[in-house]
Ligand binder design. Structure first.
Ligand SMILES: Cc1ncc(COP(=O)(O)O)c(C=O)c1O
Length: 502
């Protein structure tokens, strides 16, 4: 539960000699406690000496919610300024309740008002039955990061430096270190990360790039936008990633690069890909959009080829509050080219030897991603645990005779998606889960070689049977770090009801 501790309660708790069970709940993580920033001056004015020290200690286990100017203006319309402001914060931040010792002051407000005793008994009573699981609830863990993110955003807005600058450089250093590369270049999206990498490699008209047809559109879309031709190679039926054994026969005199995709968060089999690239003098550009933190033989995604392209789309394991992306590389030459191409090919400013584009990452997004990066390892471990829990529950319920689980072939899989195969009953299963308010999705229902816009490439249905089969059978279940075991049990219970009846 997320609760706003109204300042009457905080003063009461801090002046009491007996300690506060509610603060205990916040410290132990059973509740997420918030305090309004506007309460703090009042709180400190009313407390003295030792109580002030206690308050500082207390604040370390609470988060601070700041009202906007609009919230303050609305609260001023009401005679009960403090209570009205608390009600507005509870509603706009999506908190579950306000905790107060004087509940009558909130009468008439459309929020849940709890006394400390009521909160305690609510937390101690058994949780209600789960009846809904969203595929992704991006705001569910905002409380964890919001204060860190606000610090970054306020810093940027106060300094007024919105394009590139220190925030982007700091993020680039941190991501390069995280991905085990020498450099990183922040860009405007994962799609642009792919495009600028192809441009930096000098790939264009008349060139061919080998990639997977079973991926998000941007992989092949950016090859065409760079002026080159995507050459598709079918996937491995277990990993959903490009099958290295099929690549060699597609290499021609025009082939310039291989673009493996680490789909769903598991790395492609990179050793044979890199061997082929070396033998044929090809560039390797990893589409790492879904795989930040994943590893192949103890090396991180983004460090496995010449360049790694990441997306900070909000649904990714490390998402911004909008669009963003980054390219990693350990080549100084590519790093210099990427930096110039990102700003229209300008070096020095207003002098252009090459044509680039506006591929800049903005400072606000860089600050958000930098703040969130500190949590990424914890979130990744939680996703991996969630995958283990699904595997166990699906096996225990004898469901593996109907569905195929996603194996971890190359540790470590970071499970941007947990994708099962449900054979020819996939669409029925999806409809059943949706009826029971379980979010699930097909990534992707139509492989790229049969997309209408790629007809001129000359492929037809049947050319890549494994990709077509994956598109017909695969289904992604909710896996984000925010979901609980009870929610996973609800998902599996419904899969069991679908295949085995109740
Ligand atoms: C495999 C893959 N490649 C590229 C992209 C493009 O990233 P963005 O949406 O940031 O442009 C995505 C994002 O969904 C992706 O999943």
């Amino acid at each position: 539960m997320e609760i706003l501790l109204h300042h009457d309660y905080l003063i009461h708790a801090l002046s009491s000699t007996e300690g506060s069970p509610v603060l205990g709940l916040c410290r132990s993580g059973q509740c997420k406690g918030w305090v309004a920033s506007t309460s703090l001056p009042t709180l400190f004015r009313e407390l003295e000496g030792q109580e002030r020290d206690k308050a500082k200690d207390l604040l370390s286990s609470l988060s601070v919610a700041s009202p906007t100017a609009g919230d303050l203006r609305n609260a001023l319309q009401d005679e009960r300024f403090d209570e009205k402001l608390a009600s507005i914060l509870v509603q706009s931040c999506g908190f579950d309740a306000v905790v107060t010792t004087i509940p009558e002051n909130f009468s008439g407000d459309d929020i849940l008002v709890l006394t400390p005793e009521q909160l305690q008994s609510k937390v101690e009573s058994p949780p209600g039955k789960v009846n809904e699981v969203k595929l992704l609830d991006i705001s569910a863990s905002y409380h964890q990061i919001l204060n860190d993110v606000e610090v970054e955003m306020a810093d940027t807005t106060r300094k007024g430096h919105f394009i590139l600058g220190a925030k982007v450089s700091e993020l680039e250093e941190k991501i390069a270190e995280y991905c085990q590369t020498k450099y990183a270049v922040g860009v405007s999206s994962g799609t642009d990360a792919l495009l600028i990498s192809l441009m930096a490699a000098g790939i264009g008209e008349g060139d061919e790039v080998i990639t997977s047809p079973y991926t998000f559109f941007a992989t092949a879309g950016s090859i065409i936008r760079a002026g080159a031709k995507p050459v598709f190679v079918d996937i491995n039926d277990v990993t959903f990633n490009i099958k290295a054994e099929h690549i060699e026969r597609c290499i021609t005199s025009r082939t310039r690069a291989i673009m493996p995709v680490h789909l769903y968060g598991q790395c492609a089999d990179m050793d044979p890909i890199n061997e082929l690239a070396k033998k044929n003098n090809l560039i390797v550009i990893e589409d790492s959009a879904q795989s930040i933190g994943s590893e192949y033989k103890n090396k991180r995604s983004g460090s496995l080829g010449d360049m790694g392209c990441f997306s900070f789309f909000p649904a990714k394991n490390l998402g911004a509050f909008g669009d963003g992306g980054i390219v990693t590389t350990s080549s100084e030459d590519l790093y210099e080219k990427l930096k110039v191409l990102r700003v229209h090919g300008s070096k020095p400013k207003y002098y252009h030897k090459t044509i680039g584009g506006n591929f800049r990452l903005d400072a606000l997004q860089a600050g958000v991603v930098k703040a969130k990066l500190n949590y990424l390892e914890g979130w990744t471990e939680k996703r991996r645990q969630n995958a283990t829990v699904y595997n166990q529950l699906l096996q225990q319920n004898a469901l593996t005779q109907y569905i195929q689980l996603p194996p971890e072939v190359f540790p470590r899989h970071v499970f941007n998606q947990y994708v099962i195969r449900a054979g020819n009953r996939r669409d029925e299963l999806r409809a059943f889960l949706n009826e029971n308010k379980i979010g699930c999705e097909i990534y992707y229902p139509l492989p790229l070689h049969v997309q209408e816009c790629f007809q001129s490439l000359g492929y037809k249905k049947g050319d890549f049977p494994e990709s077509e089969k994956a598109a017909d059978e695969s289904l992604a279940l909710p896996i984000s770090h925010e979901i609980t075991q009870a929610q996973q049990e609800y998902v599996v219970e419904n899969i069991r009801r679908f295949f085995l009846g109740s």
